[in-house]
Ligand binder design. Structure first.
Ligand code: MG
Length: 269
């Protein structure tokens, strides 16, 4: 299947969705507290979607029952919000998608509550930076797996982490999950050439142990097989009509983080 190419007008709709996603994730991180539940965080997201006239990319997706994925500690991705109270030291990964004017934005963050294990903090920092390295490698004219190699290369340079192999990034636009699938590992130089109008969600998922995972009995929650803690960061970005990248789900379009990596962002969005 071909990769969907968006025009500037469509990308502007994706930017609106991306800003709702950015604002909602920021809100969740600011308001999350010990003693709250991940269902409380889901409620925050529901309220913020409504405030912007946006709808959820996740609710009802293959039957998913919530608007966020909330994965705690050894849960790496796809956790279903529940009533368990959050405690000090918990590592949360929150994934969220929104639709505006039929166009999707998808992003994820990890953060700790209270007294965070420094090794968990490093896990999150490595995961987040690998995401930015991946986007920086995914410029116009690059090959798809240049992203994969950049993500993996950075993670492996920082220590021994398990990079999930069964899950990866994806094309995004008029649907949340589109072609191409984007691995977080493997050699550079393969796959389609990246061109103007593509929009991709890059989402490294790593653990402090090995990469092997299993899905819990709820048919959604992905946990590390060795019960080690996991982290997950994600952004939706595009290659704008001027040939420059722009991170649709980052408040500043990625200006700061990509600037540090020597990548200039588009000013069209
Ligand atoms: Mg995604």
């Amino acid at each position: 299947m071909a990769i969907e190419i968006k025009n500037l007008e469509q990308l502007k709709s994706m930017r609106k969705a991306g800003l709702v996603v950015a604002e909602t994730l920021k809100l969740i991180k600011e308001q999350a507290q010990i003693g709250m539940t991940t269902l409380d965080l889901n409620d925050l997201a529901i309220t913020n979607l409504a405030k912007h006239g946006a709808t959820s990319s996740f609710l009802g997706y293959h039957g998913f029952p919530a608007v966020i994925c909330a994965s705690v500690n050894e849960e790496v991705v796809h956790g279903i919000p529940n009533k368990r109270k959050l405690t000090s030291g918990d590592l949360l990964s929150i994934d969220f998608g929104a639709i505006i004017e039929g166009w999707h934005g998808d992003a994820a963050i990890s953060f700790g509550l209270g007294d965070v294990d420094p090794a968990d903090q490093k896990l999150m920092d490595v995961c987040e930076e690998s995401l930015w390295r991946g986007i920086a490698a995914g410029k116009k004219g690059a090959k798809l797996t240049d992203i994969s190699a950049a993500v993996e290369g950075y993670i492996n340079s920082q220590g021994r982490y398990g990079i999930l192999r069964e899950y990866g990034g994806h094309g995004i636009g008029s649907a949340m999950h589109q072609e191409p699938h984007i691995l977080n590992f493997g050699p550079a130089g393969n796959g389609p050439e990246l061109t103007v109008g593509m929009a991709l969600a890059i989402e490294p998922m790593i653990t402090r142990g090995n990469a092997k995972t299993k899905v819990l009995g709820d048919d959604w929650t992905v946990v590390a097989h060795d019960s080690s803690n996991g982290a997950h960061f994600e952004h939706t970005y595009t290659i704008a009509p001027d040939g420059k990248v722009f991170v649709l789900t980052a408040e500043d379009g990625g200006a700061q983080k990509l600037g540090q990596l020597g990548v200039e962002i588009s000013d069209l969005l």
